[in-house]
Write a protein that binds this ligand. Sequence first.
Ligand code: BTX
Length: 325
Amino acid sequence: STAKSELLKRLFDADGEPVSGQNLADEFGVSRTAIWKYVKELEQEGYEIGTVRKKGYYLISTPDRVNEANIKKYLTTEAFGRTIRYFESCDSTQFIAHELAQEGAQDGTVVVAEEQLTGKGRMARPWDSKAYKGIWMSVITRPHLTPQQAPQMTLVAAVAITRAIEEVTGLTAQIKWPNDLLINQKKITGILTELQADPDLIKSIILGIGINVNQSIEEFPDELTSIATSLKIELGQSVNRAKLIATTLKYLEEYTKLYEAHGFSPIKLLWESYSNTIGRRIRATMVNQTVEGLAIGITEEGMLELKLDDGTIYGVYSGDIEFRK
Ligand code: BTX
């Protein structure tokens, strides 16, 4: 309601000083109870509001939200994030992004939620997406790439997110092929790349990005406490999610353009500089087989190259890897 947003504006303008509920009620032509109800609603939305007896209400803090206005404060991109669809709660931003892409959403459209009820990882695995604690977003991209070049967008996103985390927090994540970012060996980010394409034409690539930002360790489910971490845990202080989203979109746009214009080589260099995978002995589990060998590099196709014990070179196109001694 307009009275509610006017109330909020007055609280802002008062800069922490109390604002009389009675005066506001008189001015807006509503009851004091109505003012009190608006205050309660604002508290529901995450504003912290204090009361001083006989003096009125004062603003303690504004909510940390990843809504359009907060993201756009930091946004410097041309296309990415220029259209933002924001949800307090949803099943999965990925589902919504697929629908929007089908309906013709423009390149760089972002779907972001405070909470996902059924966030998903690869192969329908669940992705824990606690309310207000992380970045749960899907970016609809329409790059000029062939379907063969699409899977490498996961690596483009991994590099972009690593750069953004570095810029905003000073922390350096390591990329574990193909789609995990780790800090201190624990998962900080997951990326899910999905395609809408005809056999020879990409319609859209939907980049699902999950970043653990402000969870404390107790806020992860038990089964994740030994494998997951958040930026707050690693840094010892909270991180501004809206700023991290805007910075991620900046690098995502920059590196997508770089990939379109100059192919995979420059991305490959960046990726290798952040990777913890090359030079390690790993086991790769694919749909119908498992191989073990030394990770020697990634190819122009984003495939992981393993040197097996018999000396043959084996390309892993998709799958999960674990490090071996
Ligand atoms: P993944 O299959 O590589 O990883 C999923 C696995 O990661 C799970 O099986 C679990 O072990 C672990 N895991 C689950 N939740 C978390 C978490 N919050 N932090 C660390 N580890 C976790 C990774 O898939 C791709 C994830 C993409 C998530 C984004 S969020 C926005 C978009 N919407 C959506 O539903 N998914 C994407």
